[in-house]
Design a protein around this ligand. Structure first.
Ligand code: DX5
Length: 220
């Protein structure tokens, strides 16, 4: 599945951009939340989360690139997130935070940066619905895809299967375009986040989204 990241959308026309992607078939949108501490950038607080929720009934995935994310879980659940993903590197109490996300009625996700080994999340795989393997160092859109992150998808899948966790979703995020998307799908990713390739590509939002979908059609 291709899921647009609205970080690259035109915030002055957020609703319109989301509708264009939805009309082209998008069913899942990622909201990148950045605190200027865990990552060297600021992006999308609760007002943007609420604006996104108000503009679509599609699935909203809040990717919190936030230091000590436990402080904001209830607020993003209230703002309408369906899934909340937090970083293994940012949470002091990862087990507690992931349990809380599910207690808030949301799906839970854990993200690992390119330098973070897959094995660091082995103890919490039973607490998550999704694992996000970052294919860029988080903080900015439009970066180059880090190919060396892909083998981690297999390792996460193996760890999950060893624990009988068949339904776990694997996501990649960063540098996904019509060249890299097929490689990520081939490596085992089921949800591919794309920002610039959807909202800043050469065609319209709809054309860009469909081109990405076509690039992974053989893996669906
Ligand atoms: C980066 C974010 C990504 C980013 C993707 O830290 O997590 O979601 O917006 O943008 P592209 O697809 O442009 O790399």
């Amino acid at each position: 599945m291709i899921a647009p990241s609205v970080l690259a959308a035109d915030y002055a026309r957020l609703g319109e951009h989301v509708r264009e992607a939805e009309e082209a078939g998008a069913r899942w949108f990622q909201l990148d939340v950045m605190d200027g501490r865990f990552v060297p950038n600021l992006a999308a607080g609760l007002p943007v989360a609420k604006a996104l929720r108000a503009s679509t009934e599609a699935f909203i995935d809040a990717h919190l690139m936030v230091h000590e994310p436990g402080r904001f879980l209830a607020a993003f659940a209230d703002a309408g997130a369906d899934l909340i993903t937090i970083h293994q590197e940012a949470s002091l109490h990862l087990h507690r935070d992931l349990v809380e996300i599910r207690q808030l009625g949301c799906r839970s996700g854990v993200a690992i940066n390119p330098a973070t080994p897959a094995e660091t999340i082995g103890e919490v795989l039973h607490l998550v619905d999704l694992v996000l393997v970052m294919t860029v160092n988080p903080g900015f859109g439009g970066q180059r895809f880090i190919e060396s992150a892909l083998p981690k998808l297999d390792r996460v899948r193996d760890m999950a299967e060893a624990r009988g966790l068949a339904g776990l979703r694997l996501q990649v995020d960063g540098g996904v375009d019509v060249e890299t998307a097929p490689r990520a799908a081939e490596a085992g990713a089921d949800v591919l986040i794309a920002g610039s390739a959807v909202f800043r590509g050469t065609g319209s939002v709809a054309q860009n989204f469909r081109a990405l979908e076509a690039s992974v059609a053989t893996h669906v």
